[in-house]
Ligand binder design. Structure first.
Ligand SMILES: Nc1nc2c(c(=O)[nH]1)N[C@H]1C(S)=C(S)[C@@H](COP(=O)(O)OP(=O)(O)OC[C@H]3O[C@@H](n4cnc5c(=O)[nH]c(N)nc54)[C@H](O)[C@@H]3O)O[C@H]1N2
Ligand SMILES: Nc1nc2c(c(=O)[nH]1)N[C@H]1C(S)=C(S)[C@@H](COP(=O)(O)OP(=O)(O)OC[C@H]3O[C@@H](n4cnc5c(=O)[nH]c(N)nc54)[C@H](O)[C@@H]3O)O[C@H]1N2
Ligand code: SF4
Ligand SMILES: [Mo]
Length: 814
């Protein structure tokens, strides 16, 4: 059963492009998400012909390998170019993670390049801020204006009045280099409007920010609030492996989601859980496992900071019956699933994402979920809850020294454990006066669409006293970019260059190259090149840290220390193949048990069982003593951990927070009034966040997002499918339509992210940015409703995450 909105394929126009596209993947995807399209024969032929995708070998049609950025997953692609025009994108079969598969969004990347509303020239504001009137200017004029302002500020000792914000920034190494050399600590990211709380939970518990479930070998997946068949941050690579595991080793997939997502619909069992209560279910499952004696005592007693006795005592109140009252998941099911999960050990793993992380108890709930893996000893086991490892670059170019000033915008002092910052507070704290902002520079960012309380965010962006000068580096007219004073037209991801790595489910760490498959259109320029240029123009020492002339030179410098890649041919190899990995070097299982070489132990000290090396007055983690052996342990990243799996967290204890995984009820969801509902939000298979609704092929399939509502809740409000409603929260109200469906918890209403734009060009909003007549047969004129203006800015007090999935609302018929 498909629960996505019905598409209108039958009624659309029949251009050749479109038909090819549908044949090649989108239709198949719609019928059977996940959208996994095998590489075509053409790609296979190329592969067999000596694995060389370089243009000269392929005659008229050039195939250039690169990396997709329609979402964050980093799938390998091949862009096919005919007569200088990008005509098609397919999967790169050499890529160890995506293995030649691509989703519909990946294929629609062609649309990003040729979007008729794309910004191709530098633009200067000509009317009032946000009015949408622009004057085309030259690059020289644009950069002179910006450089003038930035130089003056810096000379006056006010470099910290420049605030930089990026969203999906894949050149963070360069932007950090630039803005640190310039002298501002205010470099905001978007992690906490995404999955920040999950990262913090993992960093507090076992060091690495994200788990790498070994789905290839797993027999049991307990999925709390992720939707890997449509979303998840490594979507295609994960979805294809879950599908295979279910066939190959009959792995069982159990999903907890407030809504019948496409993953829930294709799971063995789906539980419509009450929002924000996953932690309670996970704790009750853990208790059931402990009570039945189905736990791994050795792992708990040896490798964690807790013990079987302590855990049993702590879990005593968390009975399945207790969890049933909180979550709505029946106690017998909780017991049964817990024992099934434990009996598959160690080939069993949890999977979780934003359905857990995007709550005000996100960090704690995520810790409850990782505990499940610890008690059954599946941590880094075959088929279990693994850990990725990145290949380290050794920067050749010298790096600017760290700045002494810390940023109150990036890391407000109230949230000392929010290691990835608190992105949603960035603009509100400027308004509060926490830091002065004279120039706001944004890159791949959309505060006015993707953030909570968007009407308020827009007011801040419109306020020239708070933000006197706003420069947006963008390729499209995003809702935030509309407020800019200066727009620098970026090249699309198909026209720019950077290195890429994502956690690889085949346990093959790899390095991939995103490279231009065609030169930038119009006068657009990759921001990476602009940064190199700006550093020279601003000078004053910045140029020292940008002593490379081109991205080629910089990228070659970063990979110079990777021996295997160098032996294979370095940058040339990456340009030909798009990706490099050492097939003989798979991540081993149980790496935490690896002995430490005796020479590494020279000059180390041991404190409470943790081995350190002193670097100046700083203790650097080396390993952990286990039964008189020096072993690698769980390597800390953001926090000073012990090297054991920290079920008991001293760091949390010191902050007065529950040191053991604990269920923290979400107060405002506990005290709902009779007619209150909980507004949640989700991703769909063919749109990504704020960034793909301009793709004609995608918006043709998905352009409307009526609010999902359960028949019982609809009946109480006298609503039928398609009726108009007003949704009201404490920060705003908005009109939308409803879709009545059994596939949602009766207390919940849900809207899809990705559409409902008010800008972003004709295909996303009906508004033309560039007045060309060519609409390529656009037949839809509804664009959905985005409800982020109803979501209040909130903060998970531990991990800093923005709770997007717990807005209390009233829904009434218009
Ligand atoms: N309601 C709701 N809100 C959500 C979510 C949700 O599920 N529901 N999800 C959250 C999550 S997980 C995330 S990660 C965030 C995502 O937040 P977004 O801001 O949507 O995502 P990004 O991809 O970081 O930034 C996209 C913006 O960058 C600009 N852009 C697009 N392409 C380019 C380009 O090639 N170059 C440059 N320079 N700019 C470009 C455009 O203005 C575009 O709007 O949203 C969060 N907000
Ligand atoms: N197609 C597509 N793929 C994407 C993206 C995209 O925009 N589109 N964005 C990428 C990014 S940046 C990210 S961070 C990932 C996000 O990947 P996911 O986290 O997998 O996706 P989401 O839709 O954000 O949230 C997952 C699910 O949480 C459910 N949920 C809400 N509240 C609760 C709850 O209290 N408990 C439980 N158990 N479930 C709940 C929602 O119904 C939703 O189905 O996806 C990435 N991949
Ligand atoms: S999953 Fe993401 S990276 Fe992979 S093809 Fe789809 S949009 Fe591109
Ligand atoms: Mo995200």
């Amino acid at each position: 059963m498909s629960i996505s909105n019905t598409c209108r394929i039958e009624q659309g126009v029949n251009t050749v492009n479109r038909r090819e596209f549908l044949k090649s993947g989108a239709l198949m995807g719609l019928l059977s998400s996940p959208l996994l399209v095998p590489p075509s024969l053409k790609a296979m032929e190329l592969l067999e012909s000596g694995k060389d995708f370089s243009p000269k070998n392929n005659g008229e049609r050039q195939g250039i390998p690169s990396v997709c950025l329609q979402c964050v997953s980093g799938c390998g692609i091949i862009g096919y170019v005919e007569d200088g025009r990008l005509v098609k994108i397919e999967g790169n079969p050499e890529h160890p993670n995506s293995r030649g598969r691509l989703c519909a969004k990946g294929q629609a990347g062609v649309n990003q390049v040729y979007d008729p509303d794309r910004i191709l020239y530098p633009l200067k504001r000509a009317g009032k801020r946000g009015e949408g009137k622009w004057e085309r200017i030259s690059w020289d004029q644009a950069l002179s204006e910006l450089v003038g302002k930035m130089k003056t500020l810096r000379e006056q000792g006010r470099a910290q009045e420049v605030v930089f914000r990026s969203g999906r920034n894949r050149i963070g190494d360069l932007t950090e280099r630039f803005f640190t050399a310039y002298g501002t600590p205010h470099q905001l990211n978007h992690t906490t409007i995404c999955e920040g709380s999950k990262f913090v939970a993992n960093e507090l518990t076992w060091g690495y920010y994200r788990e790498l479930p070994d789905v290839d070998h797993t027999k049991y997946i307990l999925n709390f609030g992720s939707n890997p068949f449509e979303a998840h941050t490594i979507h295609v690579s994960l979805a294809q492996r879950i599908s295979e595991a279910r066939v190959n080793q009959r792995a069982k997939l159990v999903t907890f989601d407030v809504r019948l997502s496409n993953t829930a619909g294709r799971s063995d069992e789906w539980f419509p859980i009450k929002p924000g209560t996953d932690g309670a279910v996970a704790l009750a499952m853990t208790k059931a496992i402990m009570d039945a004696g189905e736990y791994d005592a050795d792992f708990i007693n040896t490798w964690t900071t807790s013990s079987v006795e302590q855990l049993k005592a702590h879990l005593a109140p968390y009975t399945p019956e207790w969890a049933e009252k909180i979550s709505g998941v029946a106690a017998p099911d909780i017991r049964r699933l817990a024992l099934e999960f434990a009996s598959a050990r160690p080939h069993a793993t949890t999977l979780s994402y934003r359905g857990v992380a995007s709550h005000s108890n996100g960090t704690m709930s995520e810790r409850c979920i990782s505990l499940l893996n610890a008690v059954i000893g599946s941590v880094d086991a075959p088929g279990g809850y693994g850990m990725a490892e990145a290949i380290k670059y050794k920067e050749k170019a010298s790096k600017p020294p760290a700045l002494a000033q810390k940023s109150e915008l990036v890391k407000p002092h109230e949230y000392p454990l929010a290691s990835h910052g608190v992105a949603q507070l960035g603009l509100p704290l400027i308004e509060e006066g926490r830091a002065k902002c004279s120039i706001y520079v944004t890159y791949v960012n959309n505060d006015a669409y993707s953030y909570p309380d968007t009407e308020h965010m827009k007011q801040i962006l419109a306020n020239e006293t708070l933000i006197p000068y706003f420069v947006s580096v963008d390729a499209y007219m995003g809702e935030a970019t509309l407020f800019a004073d200066l727009i620098l037209p970026d090249a699309t991801y198909l026209e720019r260059q950077n290195l890429e790595q994502e956690d690889c489910f085949s346990r093959n760490p790899y390095v991939a190259l995103r490279q231009p498959v065609i030169p930038p259109l119009g006068e657009s320029r990759p921001f990476q090149d602009v940064l190199i240029d700006l550093a020279q123009r601003i000078g004053g020492g910045l140029e020292k840290f940008f002593d490379f002339k081109t991205m080629d030179e910089y990228v070659a410098g970063r990979i110079a220390g990777i021996e295997g890649l160098q032996a294979a041919g370095g940058l040339d190899y990456l340009k030909k193949h798009g990706v490099w990995f050492d097939p003989n070097k798979k991540l081993e299982y149980y790496r935490y048990k690896k002995p430490i070489k005796s020479e590494t132990l020279n000059g180390t000290i041991v404190e409470n069982g943790t081995i350190y090396k002193m670097e100046g007055d700083k203790k650097k983690y080396v390993g952990v003593m286990i039964k008189d052996q020096a072993l690698q342990g769980f390597i800390p990243t953001a926090f000073p951990l012990s090297g054991k799996f920290e079920i008991y967290s001293k760091i949390l204890e010191e902050k007065g927070l529950p040191p053991l995984p604990t269920y923290v009820p979400i107060e405002h969801l506990e005290n709902l009034a009779q007619d209150d509902l909980i507004l949640t939000t989700f991703k769909v298979h063919v749109q990504t966040q704020s960034r793909t609704a301009n793709c004609k092929w995608l918006s043709e399939i998905f352009h409307d997002n009526p609010l999902w509502i359960h028949p019982q809740s609809a009946a109480k409000r006298n609503l039928k499918d398609g009726d108009e409603v007003i949704v009201q929260s404490k920060v705003g109200q908005q009109k939308t339509k409803v879709r009545v469906t059994e596939g949602i918890h009766p207390l919940v209403v849900a809207f899809a992210m990705g559409v409902g734009h008010t800008e972003y060009g004709r295909y996303a909003s009906g508004k033309k940015v560039v007045p060309t007549p060519d609409d390529q047969g656009q037949w839809w004129h509804t664009f959905g409703v985005h409800l982020n203006s109803l979501v209040p800015v909130m903060v998970d007090p531990i991990g800093g995450g923005q709770p997007f999935m717990e807005t209390v609302v009233k829904v009434s018929k218009v």
